[in-house]
Design a protein around this ligand. Structure first.
Ligand code: HEM
Length: 373
């Protein structure tokens, strides 16, 4: 059989060229492989998740009578399956592990000078891989469609949309419309997350490894001392492959223990999206994202919020009464009903800092997120 295949596919020369490749023996050279293992685990666990996930925000009724978006309901369903929550957590933690390992792998490349000629091209491919991995993780963040995920993704949408010139196009391509709000957002993020970005990652990883095999590895410093000018290492097959198999098994074992011990993102705890009360730690960043808008507060950085609550702008300075705004006048500090009347301050008179009107600000009770900005 081997002879038959060899005569047609020239397997022996493939074996000599690729499988006999010397792989340096040094722990730091395993970081690229750990990144690869994390990606493999992400694909495998991702296949399980796609089989049970519905990429839609149509309203569905839960057995307890609540009406929630279908995407949110499907995460509750996955968590209810045997090992469902662990597999979802494994996906979650592997995404973290992939980005952390890619970052450490990049550090190894930088600290050992492996980016220098002739490997600049592979360094750039690696940078593209790291960027793409981060974008892929981001597109997956919104998919559970709970209050936490929607708040966090809304910030990403606001940042993307406020990039000068290209922001609108990027936001449209990534989110398929305003996020949250557009019915096309979740299907768009879903197709990017499970199809287009992973395909691009696979193609780039293939290119990265092909270039690495063609150019051969750099050598660790000890190898240069032991065998100067020579390539020192174990052959890719069988030794390196056995080590990779052991490392992969270790990776899956350790990550599964972590996934079992620290279940990812409890969607029930955050509930379905609620624009009045953004969820999770992400809401701490939301006011900063709003402020980052070039023309805050008249136009919010997160256009999705405009539909929910159109903010009214009141100036706090003495010009507030003739600023022509249509809303009710701002509460006066020092007013008898106010909380912060200062002794000796004439009622209704502006305080010292109010005589110099600063940039217009939303008053806390008017903030669309319900938070103080
Ligand atoms: C994100 C996904 C990535 C994967 C799956 C990946 C995978 C790998 C693997 C398996 C190797 C061979 C083993 C090793 O040297 O560690 C390697 C080598 C290499 N990688 Fe990556 N890598 C990724 C990202 C990066 C990044 C972010 C950079 C740098 C910006 C980079 C630059 C390189 C270079 C220059 C080599 C050749 C190293 C040498 O010859 O010593 N890679 N990569």
């Amino acid at each position: 059989m081997y002879k038959w295949l060899d005569e047609r596919l020239d397997l022996t020369s493939l074996y000599q060229k690729v499988l006999r490749k010397a792989f340096p023996v040094h722990h730091s050279f395993f970081l690229g492989e750990i990144t690869l293992f994390a990606f493999v685990v992400l694909v495998l666990t991702g296949v399980f998740l796609t089989l049970n996930y519905e990429p839609s925000i149509r309203e569905v009724r839960l057995p307890d009578g609540r009406t929630v978006p279908a995407a949110y309901a499907s995460i509750l369903y996955i968590d209810s399956l045997s090992f469902g929550a662990v597999i979802r957590s494994l996906h979650h933690w592997s995404a973290h592990a992939m980005i952390a390992a890619a970052f450490l792998h990049m550090l190894r490349i930088l600290l050992t000078g492996a980016y220098k000629k002739p490997r600049e091209l592979n360094y750039l491919v690696g940078l593209a891989l790291l960027g793409l991995a981060v974008v892929t993780a981001f597109t997956g963040y919104a998919l559970p469609y709970d209050n936490y995920a929607v708040t966090a993704t809304r910030i990403g949408y606001g940042i993307a949309a406020s990039i000068p010139w290209v922001g609108g196009t990027i936001a449209e391509v990534m989110f398929g419309g305003e996020f949250p709000g557009s019915e096309r957002s979740i299907p768009r993020l879903y197709s990017l997350h499970v199809l287009w970005l992973p395909l691009l990652l696979m193609a780039l990883i293939g290119l990265h490894l092909a270039i690495m095999i063609k150019q051969k590895h750099t050598q660790p410093r000890y190898a240069e001392r032991v065998a100067p000018g020579k390539i020192l290492g174990v052959p890719m097959y069988p030794q390196q492959m056995v080590m990779m198999g052991i490392l992969f098994a270790l990776y899956v074992g350790i990550m599964t223990m972590i996934a079992g011990a620290f279940l990812a993102h409890p969607v029930e705890a955050f509930g379905p999206p609620n624009p009045q009360h953004p969820g999770g730690e992400a809401r701490l960043v939301l006011p900063l994202a709003l402020r980052a808008s070039p023309d805050h507060p008249r136009k919010l950085a997160v256009p999705a919020l405009r539909g929910h609550h159109r903010p009214r702008v009141h100036r706090r300075g003495p010009d507030s009464r003739d600023s022509g705004h249509r809303g009710p006048p701002p509460p006066l500090r020092g007013h008898p009903q106010g909380q912060d009347a200062l002794p000796g301050t004439p009622l209704g008179a502006p305080r010292a800092h109010q005589r110099h009107p600063g940039p217009p600000r939303l008053l806390p009770h008017e903030h669309p997120s319900g938070l103080q900005d």
